[in-house]
Design a binder for this molecule. Structure first.
Ligand SMILES: [Zn+2]
Ligand SMILES: [Zn+2]
Length: 182
């Protein structure tokens, strides 16, 4: 798929001018840390480019839904995503690096006047993802022994373990309970 590029229109090189761009963007499958996500459908975006004097500021939103697996029970789940788009592109020869920004918070507008919107949208999406995706805050996860989803009720493992501990056949001390000291 072609990268999503927007060209800064000529009229935007006057201070206080703005331009709006909106459309859809398909992030496809993507990863964030150990988690894999797949977009349910193309995401929609809406951005505004503003000449803030010496620089082009890009702000807006990108939203959609992605599928992933619950970190506890591994069930499929859908995550709604609504990211804040933010970009700051210095116009060479006109603006300077803002003192209150770190170097990774701004770019220099390339000579082609093209902005890689895809990079900005992906960054906004990644920041909005949950640190640990959970199908439900109270998700009980899966049984470490049999792998059954505990959200659908308790499995039999807990009961079996208890029996073994006390009077199970495999317990070497099981016979002791029949001893009498008369
Ligand atoms: Zn879950
Ligand atoms: Zn179990």
């Amino acid at each position: 798929m072609e990268r999503l590029i927007i060209e800064v229109p000529a009229e935007l090189f006057s201070p206080a001018e703005t331009a709006m761009r909106e459309g859809v963007f398909d992030p496809g499958p993507f990863t964030c840390g150990p988690d894999e996500f797949v977009a349910c459908a193309p995401f929609s975006y809406h951005v505004v480019l503003t000449n803030v004097g010496g620089a082009i500021l890009v702000t807006g939103t990108v939203s959609g839904e992605a599928r992933t697996s619950c970190a506890r029970c591994l069930d499929d789940m859908t995550v709604p995503i609504s990211g804040e788009v933010e970009g700051y592109f210095i116009i060479e020869g006109e603006g300077q690096a803002p003192e209150d920004m770190d170097e990774d918070e701004f770019d220099v507008l390339p000579e082609s006047h093209e902005i890689d919107l895809e990079t900005l949208l992906m960054a906004a999406i990644l920041v909005d993802l949950p640190l640990v995706p959970l199908c439900d805050e109270d998700c009980k996860g899966i049984c470490a022994q049999c792998g059954a989803s505990l959200n659908e009720g308790a499995c039999d493992c807990a009961a079996v373990v208890e029996e073994d501990d006390c009077v199970g056949k495999n317990n070497p001390f099981a016979a002791l309970k029949d001893l009498s000291f008369d």
